[in-house]
Design a protein around this ligand. Sequence first.
Ligand SMILES: Nc1ncnc2c1ncn2[C@@H]1O[C@H](COP(=O)(O)OP(=O)(O)OP(=O)(O)O)[C@@H](O)[C@H]1O
Ligand SMILES: [Mg+2]
Length: 452
Amino acid sequence: MNFKILVVDDEKNIREGLAESLEMEGYDVVTASDGESAYKRYQRGDIDLVITDLRMPGMSGEDLLKKVKSETPGVAVIVLTGHGTVRDAVQAMKDGAWDFLTKPIQDLDRLNIIVQRALGNRRRRLEQQALEEELAKRKQSEIIIGENHAMRNMMDTIVRAAPTRASILITGESGVGKELVADAIHSLSPRNGKPFIKVHCAALAESLLESELFGHEKGSFTGATSRKRGKFELANEGTLFLDEIGEIDQNIQIKLLRVLQERKFERVGGEETIEVDIRLVAATNRDLKAEIEKGKFREDLYYRLNVVSIAVPPLRERKDDLHILINAFLKQFTAENDKKITGIDPKALAEINGYNWPGNVRELRNCIESAVVMARGEVITKEDLPPSIHSEHEESLIRIPQGTTLEKAEELLIRATLNAQKGNKSETARVLGIGRKTLHRKLEEYGFAVDS
Ligand SMILES: Nc1ncnc2c1ncn2[C@@H]1O[C@H](COP(=O)(O)OP(=O)(O)OP(=O)(O)O)[C@@H](O)[C@H]1O
Ligand SMILES: [Mg+2]
């Protein structure tokens, strides 16, 4: 680690003498002859230690000291004082100075010892900080539970792509964890700490979505009673997550394309061109390639969104992850519900293993939560599991116990059909003889899709 020291004094002899002896010790040294230029240099952010005179024309050493300490408490400031100005030195120490040296500096050993100690402290701080950042990163990727090889590959892609500004398209069935992936991308990126804005594109009608994304000027349409900043503006310097991107219509697709190409747009009803610096992450459970074929999704937009693509595999294709997911959810829900449950019995496990999980991890999570709540003993049995996951092997038959409400029976039928159709919603809707929209609404009620 090569440390950089900023030496500030209006007296050339002192400044250069000090710089020279520090350079001989192997430090990088930069100098400034007054407070203002010193502060400007310091703001570049690469200074590890400041040594400054207190009395200088213009911005004083005291002011410089206070600014440095308030902006970067981890950067030490050593002050230089003239003879007979002990009070200045005492005040500087109160203001957070690391130490003081009396001019003219004759005792070079003392200087070196003070500098070494200050930088030793700096080194420990930087190491601590790096460690904390590393830990935070690890925590974030541990939230996405999965050890299956496809999941590992996916995690690897996330870690490599997150620090860049490349647009990312996340695909996968409902409940596989697309939003979790988006969260991880943002927190593993340098934009972490800046805004992370989510827009659920399917939840809004076209005109509303447009003003939600791009904002609007006062009076641009009925109901626009004041100027509103859109999500693109709010996400400036951060990440914008467009969920259910497959649902947006052509008009907005064109606008999106332009923002992605030029990073510029206008508010609805506005003239002013607004520039933004955003990282775009989008997600969909649709097959966008098929939508392109049908002429419903723009191919050029698709390629802009899909610079990096992350396909989250459905749970039925990574059943080797079932056990760690189950354990994690058991731990979470036993704690939340204050229950003591030690595990799952083999029959219940077989049932879970045999099921297809059309609602993916979300469905498994709900299933474990409900089992924890329902469990009578310390071990979860087959009877504690929700009826929807039973008798997977008898796909053509569903068992509806007497006393079931019509509503519940409907739910069971829909779940069983969806399961038999391996999660394919269009097929499920066709078999059931209902519209896709109706099916979606009902699935949402059962907790299959995010409500927003
Ligand atoms: N790998 C995983 N590890 C732990 N929890 C997960 C994992 N995948 C999903 N989950 C959990 O499952 C639920 C659904 O995940 P999420 O909302 O990210 O899915 P989604 O793919 O966005 O679904 P939809 O398409 O319906 O919006 C969440 O509670 C999430 O925390
Ligand atoms: Mg989602």
